[in-house]
Design a protein around this ligand. Structure first.
Ligand code: SF4
Ligand code: SF4
Length: 440
């Protein structure tokens, strides 16, 4: 649970779909198992599931490279009995799936999948030990399968069901002594995750917070708008849920709620899963107010392109699809493209959308800070700053307070190495205390 919304055990998908599950225990195995899964998938004519736990996904290790194999493309061969799943074909396919899982169970004697397991192998191992303990992260998947073979095991009555299993968690489950390493940390301030200085999404969240709106959110770095001091997001479930959550809420909450409700989604998430919810809201005559934060990239996962960037995965030019065109194509009549670095225009656009009767789409377009050159950093004129802390409400990590001589209250301070000169704080300060550092 480091960057996901939920903690789930996807081995259940393997059982449910009756496909084999392979679980590597380190980086090298992950590579070997991937290759093996491709080969076995051809041999058994089956999808294979490679399951990675959190630690495998977040670790690194030495991987032995092999020789790259060039596999000849076989070409398409029509086979409707296999690919056109009509009931008549499905009945036969079911028998094929069951026969395949039986063959895979035999194969599991040579290569231990975590689904299907080999009863022979498990029974043989159980006979060789005094006590059998199943330590598995997540649900008691193996534990239940082994118990179903009539073998007595110790499992989830001792081992935690939630959270990652590290050596300390295992020791603790068996009542072993935990030795703590004491590391003294002094004078290091807390650094919670935060939107970057100059982030184009900050201004929109500042206005949402200022207008005290309810905002259904989505998956992306903009989910950080939920954190103090912005506190500008109420929900975040899965990709696209900002749209459907807001639609459901306005249906139940009526006109009063919809005048205070916005859905906030990023550009790539909109293309990924926001469009169906938008069509649903238009079709059902909803009052959805959708805000698309278009920073022209997929920022959270490493700046991958998406249809709105007009670039393909390898950087070549593609066909650019604009979210505002998609919204109009979905039947939305109120569509505006706004610069989120202009707080006045941002506030005005959001207010107009909230007062409109019907579905609205506001596209706030400004590139992610990593896509543009920073402007000169800003400075606080301490003679003008009265320490009102209004600029701190932006939640920009470059702004802080500091004590200065002959002043009762601390005044604002902008850290020059962090500030990228986005100008948002200038628009917030009512005392003209923030100015550019650049000398003309
Ligand atoms: S810089 Fe402006 S907004 Fe910030 S504390 Fe000073 S007076 Fe208030
Ligand atoms: S200090 Fe002001 S100008 Fe600098 S990055 Fe933060 S909000 Fe933008």
């Amino acid at each position: 649970m480091w960057s996901s919304q939920n903690e789930q055990d996807n081995r259940h998908y393997g059982r449910h779909a009756k496909i084999p599950v392979l679980e590597p225990s380190d980086a090298n195995e992950a590579k070997i198992f991937t290759e093996l899964a491709f080969d076995l998938s051809e041999e058994f004519d089956s999808v294979f599931l490679l399951r990675l736990t959190t630690r495998i996904s977040h670790s690194s290790g030495i991987v032995e490279l092999g020789t790259r194999k060039n596999i000849e493309v076989k070409g398409y061969v029509k086979d409707i009995k296999k690919r056109l799943v009509l009931p008549a074909h499905a009945r036969i396919l079911h028998q094929i799936v069951e026969e395949r899982i039986r063959r895979l169970t035999d194969y599991a004697e040579k290569f231990p999948f975590t689904h299907p397991i080999s009863p022979k192998l498990i029974k043989k191992f159980a006979r060789s030990v005094k006590k059998l303990i199943v330590i598995e992260e997540g649900d008691p998947v193996l534990e239940q399968e082994i118990k179903a073979l009539g073998i007595d095991v110790i499992g989830k009555e001792k081992i935690p069901l939630c959270g990652e299993l590290d050596p300390t968690a295992i020791k603790r489950s068996f009542g072993k002594k935990i030795y703590k390493t004491k590391i003294e940390v002094k004078d290091i301030s807390e650094r919670p995750p935060v939107l970057c200085p100059g982030c184009p999404e900050r201004g929109v969240f500042y206005i949402i917070s200022k207008l005290k709106l309810t905002a259904t959110g989505d998956i992306g770095c903009y989910t950080l708008g939920a954190l103090p001091p912005l506190n500008a997001m109420d929900t975040c479930i899965c990709m696209g849920a900002s749209v459907t959550n807001a639609y459901g809420m306005e249906r139940m909450g009526g006109a009063e709620l919809s005048k205070k409700l916005v859905a906030v989604i990023g550009d790539s998430t909109f293309f990924h899963s926001g469009i169906t919810g938008l069509i649903n809201a238009v079709y059902n005559k909803g009052n959805l107010n959708l805000i698309i934060l278009d920073n022209l990239t997929t920022a959270m996962t490493g700046h991958q392109p998406h249809p709105g960037t007009g670039k393909l995965a390898r950087g070549e030019e593609g066909k650019r699809i604009l979210p505002e065109d998609v919204a109009r194509g979905c039947g939305v009549e109120f569509v505006r493209v706004v610069d989120p670095m202009d707080l006045k225009k941002t506030e005005q656009a959001i207010k107009e959308a909230l007062n409109y009767n019907g579905v609205t789409v506001l596209v706030f377009r400004s590139p992610c800070v990593f896509l543009k050159k920073p402007s000169p950093y800003l400075v606080v004129n301490t003679d003008k700053c009265n320490g009102c802390k209004l600029c701190l409400k932006l939640g920009c990590p470059a702004i802080n307070l500091r004590e200065i001589e002959k002043r009762e209250k601390p005044v604002a301070f902008i850290e020059p190495t962090l500030c990228n000169g986005c100008n948002l704080c200038v628009q917030v300060c009512m005392h003209n205390a923030i100015t550019t550092s650049k000398k003309d």
